[in-house]
Design a protein around this ligand. Sequence first.
Ligand code: G3P
Length: 226
Amino acid sequence: MKFFLDTADIAEIEEAASWGALAGVTTNPSLYARVGGTLAAFPEHISRICALVNGPVSAEAVGVTREEIIREGRELSALASNVVVKIPTTVEGLAATHALATEGIRVNMTLCFSVPQAILAARSGARYVSPFVGRFDDISEDGIEQLSLIIEALANYDFSDVGVAKENVEVIAASIRSAQHVTQAALLGADIATVPFNVLKKCVEHPLTTNGLAAFEKDWEKVKNL
Ligand code: G3P
């Protein structure tokens, strides 16, 4: 499973990239608003992220109609070769995804919550499908169970006949809120988990690592003082 960072924060991306395991970044309008981004600065911000990341960077189209989404998608994909256009799973989004995929533009279909949505996204030519986990948990449903259904259903088929450059669709486990979500997504075979920086840090930590390190440091002091 690959790790993507789910953020628009440049400092977080630089730090995670320095760890060597960062395979991509996903952003959305809320994450961009969180870093105080303006409309005018959006293209430059996405370009900066693309230059920092050796992998796909999802930038979301905010248009409502297919024409608006297609226009935005073309503009976003022209920013850098590693831009992936993020598009919500709606009728207009599917139509825009189909048009953009036909032009060879990679799409990540987002706000995906069901097996039929995921299959339709894949059939429209999306390169990535993003089932949301945490938002199911927010409404007292089991997000990991929903993710497992989508992974199982997509694995039944080969969608490379409609994909960009004949690549098959990849599942991005999104709306990940904990290291436990990461574990479960990996055990289910999600291709990618996109995680907030605080969750990525939690993935590195383990109390036995912390305790073991403290013991090594204490014993090394003894060695130094002999
Ligand atoms: O990238 C979209 C998704 O990961 C959002 O997560 O925590 O806002 O539900 P969250």
